[in-house]
Structure formats: C-alpha cells, structure tokens
Design a protein around this ligand. Structure first.
Ligand SMILES: Nc1nc2c(ncn2[C@@H]2O[C@H](COP(=O)(O)OP(=O)(O)O)[C@@H](O)[C@H]2O)c(=O)[nH]1
Ligand SMILES: [Mg+2]
Length: 327
C-alpha cells in the first residue's frame, strides 16, 4: 500500500509538523511491526521529554470525558497534547470508537491536541503498538500523552505498564472497585478520580478507596495516592484533577520513580524481545514444530508429561547457553 511507505517526503512533512504525516506515521507503526525499529531509529534525535499518563477504569465511568477535559486544560496552558484511545472492543462494532470521537469532539480544531484511536488486534489483545505510537507522538513534539484504556484485565494492565503515571477513574454505586481490585489495577494507580460525583454515593466511594489504600501493604512505604472527586460532565473538580496530575507527575519525577519505571519498561522490552526471537528460532529448527505439536496432543492425555518435555528441551538448549557469550 502506498500510504504505508516511509518516503523522504513523509519524513520531511512529519518533522515540519504536518498532522497528516503524523497520522500516517502512526498507521505505519500500528500496522507494520517490522518497520518499528526503522521508525524508532529515525526518531531518536528528536526524542522529546513527554510524560505518558494512563487513564484507566471500567467502561462508562467517564474516561473519555475526563481525558478530553484534561487535554483541554493542558492545551490552554500551552502544552502540546497527544491522546491515544486504546479501544478494546471490536473495530467492527464501531460503538466505542464513535462514542469516543463524539466525546472528544470539543477538541477537534485545537492545533495543540492530536487524537488517535487504536483498534484492538483480531486476537482480542490490545494493540502492541501503543508504546511506539506514543514514541511517534513524542517526537512529533507532544509534551503530554494521555492514554485512555479500559481497565478490565491483564492485557490492559500491560498497556498501563508502558505509562509513567496512572490515573484510575471510578464511579459511585456500581461495585466496579471489586473488579479493579481483582485485576490488580488498584495497586498500580498513582491517583484516583471518583467521577460522576453529581450522582449519589461519591463520598462513600472516596472513603472506601481511602480505607483500601490505608490497609493495603503495597502503599505502606510510599506516598499514598490522592483520591479526588469530580464530575466531568458538570465540569466540577476537573481543574483540581488536572492540577493534581501535574503535581503528582513532578513529585514522581523528582523522586526518581518515573525514571525507575522507564528503566523497568526497557528491561521488560528487552526480555520480551529476546524471548520472542529465541522461541521463533527454536521453532525454525528442523522438525521442532512437529515435535511441539505432537507433545501438545500427548500432554492433552497426560498433563505431567508437559513438564518433562519442557525440562528436557530446556536442558538441551542450556548446553549451548553454557558457552561464553561472544561480544
Ligand atoms: N452524570 C454524569 N455522567 C457522566 C459524567 N462523566 C461522564 N458521564 C457520562 O457517562 C457516559 C460515559 O462516558 P465516557 O466518557 O464515554 O466513559 P468511558 O467509557 O469511561 O470513556 C457518557 O454518557 C457521559 O456523558 C459525570 O461526571 N456525571
Ligand atoms: Mg472511552
């Protein structure tokens, strides 16, 4: 496809601040994993110092509404803002995508704001390109990148781990918090927003979250995350959420936590890539695919044999790993 080519013209227009070129670059990164290293290399000298903020929570709590308000506040303070909406629903239903577009309507026409929705992969997982899309936005000159994602499970948690700061939004009287506790998302949040505070039950939810934070061992030795109340549609409390977000970013930055998270992220990236490469090379060995397939059927009958098989293969591979690594 022509629009998928990395032409000199595309790079020129991208670095000249052309929004269409930025949209094209994002599509390339989103749809062609093989081209990602190429793109990242070329972006390296333009690396910005943008902060990536994940906005998560159950469906319908008002993440898109909050995200668009935060983007508006940031833009009015002169910041360039990228918004990535990671849409876990099927791209074919169009529902969430259109919904987000409507809610983010108030930002259309704002030159400081660049919005992008990413579709989920056909297998059901979230777009693995999300962090690289953020890298493209960063090099394009964004100061702040807001990533909206539904917090429902492991795949979403993985996306969140690519962000520097996480805001968890909840709404009163739904019991969603139990889901968030189960998914392990509560422990990752740097800030809580009880949205829809125009509805009954907001104060109780604030108390409940505060109680959980006080009794949770994960927070005992660190600064406890703030719990704020807001109503995104009534536009109350969102200014405080914005101010608190900025305060929290600077606090986490000064204490070195953002840097530590970035280093952890790079380590995880390296680990995942080496695993992928080794696993693919392993499957390319003659007869290996068949051997694994046979073992799959066999383990279906005899679960214990799975461990023996893996142990056996690992010990054969480790013979090669005992040799010193050549620089
Ligand atoms: N009553 C009330 N409704 C809200 C508030 N914020 C968002 N909503 C509504 O909740 C619905 C879902 O909002 P949306 O931002 O799409 O939620 P998301 O699925 O978390 O992104 C929409 O109909 C919003 O208008 C709020 O503060 N109060
Ligand atoms: Mg949304």
């Amino acid at each position: 496809m022509k629009s998928m080519d990395l032409t000199d013209n595309l790079w020129d227009t991208f670095f000249n601040g052309d929004r269409l070129a930025c949209a094209r670059m994002i599509s390339i990164v989103e749809n062609n994993p093989r081209m990602v290293p190429n793109v990242l290399n070329r972006l390296k000298p333009y690396k910005n110092t943008s902060v990536r903020v994940g906005i998560t929570g159950p469906p319908g709590v008002g993440k898109s509404t909050i995200t668009s308000s935060l983007a508006k506040y940031a833009s009015s303070e002169g910041l360039n803002v990228g918004v990535i909406a990671v849409d876990p629903s099927s791209p074919f239903t169009g529902g969430a995508f259109l919904g987000d577009r409507v809610r983010m309507q108030n930002l259309v026409g704002d030159d400081r704001v660049f919005i992008r929705s990413l579709a989920s992969r056909s297998g059901g997982g979230l777009s693995p390109a999300t962090p690289y899309v953020a890298d493209v936005m960063d090099a394009f000159g964004m100061d702040l990148i807001l990533i909206e994602t539904v917090g429902v499970g492991q795949a979403e948690l993985d996306v969140l781990l690519f962000t520097d700061v996480i805001i968890l939004a909840l709404q009163p009287s739904t019991g969603d918090i139990i889901q968030m506790l189960k998914a392990g998302i509560m422990e990752t949040a740097d800030m809580f927003v009880v949205n829809k505070s125009d509805l009954p039950g907001a104060d109780q939810l604030v108390d409940y979250i505060s109680f959980i934070l006080e009794s949770s061992s994960s927070y005992r030795n660190t600064v406890r995350p703030p719990v704020l109340k807001a109503s995104a549609t009534m536009n109350t409390g969102v200014d405080t959420v914005f101010a608190e977000m900025r305060r929290r970013i600077s606090e986490l930055d000064k204490s070195g936590i953002i840097k530590t998270r970035r280093l952890e992220r790079i380590r995880r990236d390296i680990e995942m890539q080496i695993r992928d490469i080794l696993w693919n090379r392993f499957l390319e060995l003659p007869g290996m695919c068949d051997l694994v397939n046979n073992q799959v059927s066999f383990s279906n009958e005899d679960g214990a044999s799975l461990f023996q098989f893996s142990e056996h293969i690992a010990s054969r591979i480790s013979v090669h790993l005992d040799k010193p690594v050549q620089e």
